[in-house]
Write a protein that binds this ligand. Structure first.
Ligand code: FAD
Ligand code: FES
Length: 508
């Protein structure tokens, strides 16, 4: 999590500034009283909204203005300049919005506008929507349905014991001990009742019957639906080597998993992370912040090479080594014992805590037993519909036709899951909201964020602009001369521009 930018800087817009100080299509950072404000200009129109992103506090003045919206430089949330509404995840809350007055050649930011009344919609008001999953996609769908003013019955079922949480934080600041408890839930406890969302926790769905439009819970309860969203996410792959079920061996998906790691780490001197995946390495960084000795053992030659290529892989390795992580690459574990991990080479690593970050698999069992079409995930069309009537799928389980790569893809990205949840909500209301967003993810290692837009499973060329080791780069992954994806470190503007260019290419 980055640091919220709250210092007041720039002109006081209440005193007015010359209209010419705001360039056409540009933005200016200033303030009104104690509120940081972004003043933006589109032709003769001026807009004023809060300057701090409602996700993690990103500085919107360093983002990108696109028509009458602004995108956050940190994780690409998008806000309406007209209303402050959070149009795209990962931001969910709106920003304050002010009236702007133009007088002579000057522009004055005046009063804060009232928060717009929630829309009320009679669409399908008697219908029942059931969401299976209380993660990114399920939460975003429920939130969107209510934001759209939909009045029908809304049940969200989760087999987790915690309400929807900010999952990316579980391997980052929360695990590192830098985030307070109240950063973890996506919304405060009262949110669900206040918004008529019947959130049922510890509620495992055992079966779906698309013909009778009914789902069966593991406790025997039955629940009818008119429209159903499958958002069951993914689950960690569990090791099958001897000792994998010992009590000091953990995986990380849920808040309970994270708390278990924190508790075990308190009495641990040495931690072994198995797997040099994004999550494995974020865990390594967070446990280094807790001053634990951390070893990472993984079969690959370089961390993250499959997704980010050799060059960034080498950089990530060096970055972790700088922070004291010890790698054992091209080494897989063959057994785990009470106080050590045995590697296939015969080498042993002493370990009081073992965290396995060896990948996840989509939770498709429910869909499969209901006869819903699968292809290494649940197959959906561009409206996120499965082949079963009125059953939609979103998030880590969904494989969708991605217009940018031209392939059917499935990804495990927080922002994609949330945006798919929101798009599925609109489609469940009968709108046609094709999911055409360019995939985006970020990963954070110590003070270095890596942002990635697009999707390149296979590439034949990597073009590097800038200096990876200097933490200032844009890396393009190309196939047949065409850029399919971009990874960047501290090149937020270019990352946003690449995203917009890919969107425009997808529309043409
Ligand atoms: C520690 C960690 C850090 C991450 N960091 C990042 C990051 O920095 N950037 C990024 O882009 N992505 C990150 N991710 C990935 C991101 O969190 C996922 O892509 C995202 O959560 C997927 O959302 P989802 O709704 O599909 O699934 P989930 O968020 O996993 O939610 C699935 C929900 O379904 C419920 N469920 C499943 N089966 C059933 C059933 N049968 N009955 C009832 N409920 C059921 C689960 O309990 C859960 O509530 C991270 C993931 C983890 C674990
Ligand atoms: S801080 Fe703005 S999107 Fe995350």
């Amino acid at each position: 999590m980055g640091e919220a930018q709250s210092n007041i800087t720039g002109p006081d817009f209440a005193d007015g500034i010359a209209a010419t100080d705001v360039p056409e299509g540009g933005m200016l950072l200033g303030h009104v009283g104690a509120d940081p404000v972004l003043l933006a200009r589109r032709g003769e129109e001026f807009f004023a909204i809060g300057a701090i992103c409602s996700h993690y506090g990103g500085p919107l003045a360093e983002g990108l203005m696109v028509e009458d919206t602004v995108r956050c430089p940190w994780h690409h949330a998008c806000f309406s300049l007209r209303t402050g509404e959070a149009l795209r995840a990962p931001a969910l809350s709106p920003l304050a919005c002010w009236t702007v007055e133009q007088r002579d050649d000057k522009v004055f930011v005046r009063d804060k506008k009232e928060v717009p009344q929630r829309k009320r919609s009679a669409r399908g008001a008697l219908d029942k929507i059931v969401i299976i999953g209380g993660g990114a996609a399920g939460f975003a769908a429920a939130e969107k349905l209510r934001r759209e003013g939909w009045q029908g019955s809304l049940v969200m079922l989760s087999d987790d014991d915690a309400p929807p949480v900010d999952r990316p934080n579980l391997s980052k600041d929360y695990l590192a001990g830098n985030a307070p408890e109240d950063w973890v839930p996506l919304r405060p406890e009262g949110f669900y009742a206040e918004n008529g969302i019947e959130l049922r926790l510890n509620a495992k769905v055992a079966a779906i019957d698309p013909r009778s439009r009914e789902i069966a819970l593991a406790n025997g309860d039955k629940l009818p639906y008119d429209r159903l969203l499958l958002a069951t996410g993914a689950e960690p792959v569990h090791l099958t080597i001897p000792g994998a079920d010992l009590p000091h061996v953990c995986v990380l998906r849920t808040l309970a998993d994270c708390r278990a790691i924190i508790k075990l780490s308190e009495g641990a001197r040495r931690v072994v992370v198995l797997g040099a995946s994004f999550i494995g390495l974020e865990v390594a960084a967070s446990l280094r912040a807790r001053q634990r000795e951390v070893h990472v053992a993984a079969p690959e030659k370089r961390p993250m090479e499959r997704v980010l290529g050799a060059e960034i892989g080498d950089f990530v390795r060096a970055l972790h080594e700088e922070h004291g992580v010890i790698f054992h690459l091209e080494e897989a574990a063959s057994a785990i014992e009470k106080d050590r991990v045995v590697l296939k080479s015969g080498k042993t690593l002493s370990a009081d805590l073992v965290v396995a970050g060896v990948g996840v698999r989509p939770r498709t069992q429910l869909a499969e037993s209901a006869g819903i079409a699968l292809d290494r995930g649940v197959l959906v069309d561009t409206l996120l519909k499965t082949n079963a009537p009125d059953v939609f799928a979103a998030g880590d389980i969904a494989r969708w036709p991605d217009p940018h790569s031209g392939d059917n893809i499935r990804v495990e990205h927080w922002v994609v899951a949330e945006r798919q949840g929101a798009a599925a909500a609109l489609n469940m209301l009968g709108e046609r909201a094709p999911f055409i967003d360019v995939p985006f993810f970020w990963s954070q290692h110590y003070d270095v964020p890596i942002n990635y837009v697009g999707h390149a499973e296979i590439w034949d060329e990597i073009a590097i602009e800038g200096d990876i080791a200097g933490r200032d780069c844009l890396v393009r992954y190309k196939r047949n001369g065409r850029s399919l994806a971009f990874a960047s470190i501290y090149r937020d503007q270019q990352s946003l521009e690449a995203e917009v260019a890919m969107e425009q290419e997808g529309q043409s």
